[in-house]
Ligand binder design. Structure first.
Ligand code: GLC
Length: 738
C-alpha cells in the first residue's frame, strides 16, 4: 500500500504544481504550450528561438542534435518567463541507432520481452540526443496488407497487439518516466486507422461502434493501462467525423470511460486538414472543433496558435477547456522530470553498450523470422555438405533496405547483411557466389539474369533474397497488387528451371502474394525487414544454429480479392464448408442460375488463406496431447484452468508458441469463430515434454454486447490449443448463470 501511497503523494504534488503554474500563466503562454513545432533539423532560426523565449511553444519534433536540443531547452527554461521545458518528440518506432525488426516482425516473435527490450534500448539511444517522447507504439489493428502502415503494426489481433503494446510501452517508459533513459510513449493512431478503405492510406474508415469497441480499441486500453503518457489522433475520417475532432473517441471513450490522464496530440497537420475533410470551413473552425473535441496539442499546423485566443474571447471555447489541455501537457512534463532535469548530459561516461544492443537486435531478428515452407526439410543447410552457395537478389547485401520503414536515425554503418554473414559463417569451407540480379526489387530488366543463371550453375544450393524495398511499405505507401514487385517471380522461375535446391528469404513490410513463388522454391523464410542484424540472424537460422520460432501475426491471402481476410472473422449465416465450395472450373457450360453452394466463398479461389494467423514452421516437430480443463462449467466471476502437454517430438531443440483460442457460440451480438485469449512461448529439447497451463477468467471472455456495454454472457464455449489458429485440438466449457 506504501507504494500506492507514494505514487498518490507524487501525483498530488504534481497536480499542485500544475495548478500553481496554470494560475501564473497568461492566455498566450497557455496557448503556447499547445503547439508542437517541427524543428529545422539542427538549425535554430531566430524566429524559433524568439517564439520559445516568449513561452509560445510546448514542444518540438525531429531535432536529434543533442547540442541544439539543449540550446532550445535552455531558451525555454532560462529565457521564457515561466521556464517551462519543451517536449522533444521523434518517431522512434523500432529502434533508434540500433534497428530492430519492423513491428510486424516484433509481433512475429510472440514474445513480449522482445518489444520491451526494443523499447528500452530505443529509449536509451534516443534520450541521449535529448529526445523525451516517441510517437510509438503504433497499435492500429491491421487486416489489410495493401495498407503500407501494416508494417508498423503488431498485426490483426487485438489480444496479441495489446500484450505487445503493454510490453513496448513499459520498455519506453520504464518504472519511472522521470528516470534517465526513459521516454514518453504515444499510442497511435487513435482510432480505427487500419480500417482505411481499400488499404489506401489516410482513406475513410467506417467502423460500427460494436466492432470498434471489440476489435480496434482494446489495444489502446492496454497501452493506457500500461501507463502510456500520450495518444495521437488518426488522420482518418471515422464514420463521418475525423478522429481529430471526434468527441466520442476523445471524450467519451478516452476520458469518461477510460479516465485517461495523459495528453492527446494530433497527427501531422491533422487539425488543419479538418477543412480538407470538409468538416470545417476554416482553420479557425478546425481549431474550435479539435480543441473542444479533446485534442490537447497541435502537431505542426498553427490553428491553435492563430485562433484559440479569439475563440476564447468569442466564447467558442472555455477557459476551463484550455486549462485542461495545458494541464494534460504539463502533467507529462512533470512526470518526465523535465522541470528538474531539462538538459541532456552530453559528457556522460562512455557507456558503450552497442555490442549489447546489437546482440538484442540479433536475438529479436532471429525470433521474428517465420518459416513458411520447408519442403523435404531442405533447411537447415549443412555447412559440411556444401561446397558452393549461390546468394542472389537485391536484398542479399543492402544495409539500408533491410532496416525497413521509419528508421530516420538508423545507423546503416552498423548493418550486417545476409551476404556478409553467410560469407563469415562459411569462411573457407564453401565458395559463396553472389549476384544481385536486379538493381531494385521493382526492376523490370532481365539484363543480369544471365549472370544469375551462371552463378546458380556453379553452386550446390541457391539462397534468394527477394521481397520489397523498405520504401514500398510504411506511411503513404499502399499497394493495390501485393505480389513480389518487379520481375522477381520471373527471376525465381528462371532459376528454378536449373533444378538446384532453392531457399527463398523474403524481406518485406507486409504479407505478399506467394502462390507462384512457393511452387518454384523448396523453402521460404519470411524475415519482414529484420533490422540492423538481419545478416547474422538469417544465417543462424539457415544453417541451423537456431530454429525458426516465429508465428504470423497477420493472415497471408492467396489473392488480393480475398482481402480483408483474417482469422477472427464472424461465422455468417451461411459459412462455407469443404463440400459447399464450388470451383469455377467445375461449373458445367450453360449452367442454369443456381445459388452455388449457398455459402460464403469465392468461385475462383480456395476459400482458405495461403498461411493463417499464428502459423510458422520449426526445424523440430511438436505434439499436443492430454488437453484438460479443471471444470467444464463455471459461474460468472470464476476461472477455468486449462492444461495441455507439449512434446518436442523432433530432432533439435526449438521453441514453440502455444496458442489458446476460444469461441463464444452464442452472444447478444455475433461473435468471432475464434479469438486468441492466451499464448506461451517455450523452448524444449528433443523428446522433452512440458505441461502448459492457462487460466481463463470469465472477465477474459467479456465483450461489448448489443448495447455496447462490456458483458460476459452465460453460454457454451469451444476452446482450442495448438501452434496455429487452425488447430483442431478442442475442448468445451460453459458459463452458467450464477
Ligand atoms: C506522420 C505519421 C505519424 C508520425 C507523425 C510524426 O504523418 O502519421 O505516425 O508519428 O507524422 O512524424
Amino acid at each position: 500500500m506504501e507504494i500506492l501511497g507514494k505514487t498518490t503523494k507524487h501525483s498530488r504534488a504534481i497536480e499542485k504544481r500544475i495548478e500553481e503554474l496554470i494560475q501564473e500563466m497568461t492566455v498566450a503562454e497557455k496557448i503556447g504550450q499547445l503547439s508542437l513545432v517541427n524543428s529545422i533539423y539542427g538549425k535554430i532560426t531566430k524566429p524559433l528561438r524568439q517564439t520559445i523565449a516568449e513561452g509560445k511553444i510546448g514542444g518540438i519534433l525531429n531535432e536529434v542534435d543533442v547540442n541544439v536540443v539543449n540550446e532550445l531547452q535552455q531558451t525555454a527554461v532560462e529565457e521564457s518567463r515561466l521556464g517551462i521545458p519543451l517536449l522533444v518528440g521523434r518517431d522512434v518506432i523500432h529502434g533508434f541507432k540500433t534497428i530492430f525488426p519492423i513491428p510486424l516482425g516484433l509481433a512475429s516473435t510472440w514474445n513480449p520481452e522482445i518489444p520491451e527490450r526494443c523499447g528500452r534500448i530505443s529509449a536509451s539511444e534516443a534520450s541521449a540526443t535529448g529526445i523525451n517522447w516517441t510517437f510509438a507504439p503504433m497499435i492500429d489493428i491491421s487486416r489489410d496488407p495493401r495498407w503500407g502502415r501494416i508494417a508498423e503494426s503488431f498485426g490483426e489481433d487485438p489480444y496479441l497487439t495489446g500484450v505487445l503494446a503493454k510490453a513496448i510501452v513499459y520498455g519506453f517508459q520504464g518504472d519511472d518516466l522521470s528516470s534517465p533513459g526513459c521516454i514518453a510513449a504515444c499510442a497511435k493512431h487513435f482510432a480505427g486507422y487500419g480500417a482505411c478503405e481499400s488499404g489506401k492510406d489516410y482513406n475513410t474508415a467506417n467502423i460500427p461502434e460494436n466492432e470498434l469497441r471489440n476489435v480496434y480499441l482494446p489495444p489502446f486500453k492496454a497501452a493506457f493501462d500500461a501507463g502510456a503518457a500520450s495518444v495521437m489522433t488518426s488522420f482518418s475520417d471515422l464514420d463521418g467525423i475525423p478522429a481529430t475532432a471526434n468527441e466520442f473517441l476523445l471524450k467519451q471513450i478516452l476520458r469518461q470511460e477510460w479516465q485517461f490522464d495523459g495528453f492527446v496530440v494530433s497527427d501531422w497537420e491533422a487539425i488543419s486538414q479538418l477543412s480538407v475533410h470538409g468538416l470545417t470551413a476554416s482553420d479557425k473552425d478546425s481549431a474550435c472543433e479539435a480543441a473542444n473535441a479533446g485534442v490537447d496539442m497541435e502537431m505542426v499546423s498553427r490553428t491553435y496558435a492563430d485562433h484559440l485566443a479569439d475563440l476564447l474571447i468569442e466564447g467558442k471555447i472555455s477557459q476551463d477547456r484550455i486549462d485542461t489541455m495545458v494541464s494534460n501537457i504539463l502533467r507529462a512534463k512533470f512526470k518526465l522530470g523535465l522541470f528538474d532535469r531539462p538538459y541532456t548530459e552530453t559528457s556522460s561516461v562512455n557507456t558503450d553498450k552497442s555490442h549489447e544492443y546489437l546482440e538484442a537486435a540479433r536475438c529479436a531478428a532471429v525470433q521474428s523470422c517465420v518459416l513458411l515452407e520447408n519442403k523435404h526439410n531442405i533447411l537447415p543447410l549443412s555447412k559440411d555438405k556444401l561446397s558452393s552457395i549461390a546468394v542472389i537478389g537485391p536484398l542479399a547485401d543492402d544495409r539500408y533496405e533491410q532496416l525497413g520503414t521509419w528508421i530516420f536515425d538508423g545507423d546503416i554503418e552498423l548493418s550486417q547483411t545476409p551476404l556478409q554473414a553467410i560469407k563469415a559463417f562459411m569462411k573457407k569451407s564453401a565458395e559463396v557466389n553472389y549476384c544481385r540480379a536486379m538493381a531494385t526489387t521493382r526492376s523490370r530488366s532481365r539484363e543480369d539474369f544471365g549472370e544469375a543463371v551462371e552463378t546458380v550453375r556453379k553452386s550446390d544450393v541457391v539462397i534468394l533474397f527477394l521481397g520489397e524495398e523498405s520504401i514500398l511499405s510504411g506511411e503513404a505507401h499502399s499497394r493495390a497488387d501485393i505480389s513480389l514487385p518487379g520481375i522477381q517471380n520471373e527471376l525465381i522461375e528462371e532459376i528454378a528451371a536449373l533444378g538446384k535446391p532453392i531457399v527463398l528469404v523474403i524481406m518485406a513490410g507486409r504479407p505478399l502474394l506467394l502462390e507462384k513463388a512457393r511452387k518454384n522454391v523448396d523453402a521460404i523464410l519470411y524475415a519482414w525487414h529484420p533490422g540492423t542484424m538481419a545478416g547474422p540472424a538469417i544465417a543462424e537460422l539457415l544453417f541451423g544454429i537456431a530454429s525458426p520460432s516465429g508465428k504470423l501475426p497477420v493472415t497471408f491471402p492467396r489473392a488480393v480479392g480475398q482481402i480483408p481476410i483474417y482469422y477472427n472473422h464472424k461465422n455468417t449465416g451461411r459459412p462455407a464448408t469443404a463440400g459447399s465450395v464450388t470451383n469455377i472450373d467445375d461449373i458445367e457450360a450453360g449452367a442454369p442460375q443456381h445459388s452455388s453452394g449457398d455459402t460464403s466463398f469465392h468461385l475462383d479461389i480456395d476459400n482458405s488463406p495461403l498461411y493463417p494467423f499464428g502459423y510458422g514452421l520449426s526445424y523440430s516437430e511438436f505434439k499436443y496431447s492430454n488437453l484438460r480443463l479443471d471444470h467444464d462449467k463455471i459461474k460468472l466471476g470464476e476461472s477455468i484452468r486449462i492444461e495441455v502437454e507439449l512434446t518436442n517430438t523432433g530432432e533439435c531443440e526449438a521453441e514453440e508458441v502455444t496458442q489458446l483460442y476460444v469461441r463464444d457460440l452464442v452472444g447478444s451480438v455475433t461473435r468471432p469463430v475464434r479469438e486468441l485469449k492466451g499464448f506461451k512461448k517455450l523452448r524444449l529439447r528433443p523428446g522433452e515434454t512440458a505441461s502448459i497451463t492457462f487460466e481463463l477468467s470469465t472477465d477474459d471472455l467479456a465483450f461489448y454486447g448489443r448495447n455496447n456495454k462490456l458483458v460476459t454472457e452465460a453460454g457454451r464455449f469451444h476452446l482450442w490449443i495448438g501452434g496455429c489458429s487452425d488447430t483442431d485440438l478442442r475442448a468445451e466449457f460453459e458459463i452458467i448463470e450464477s
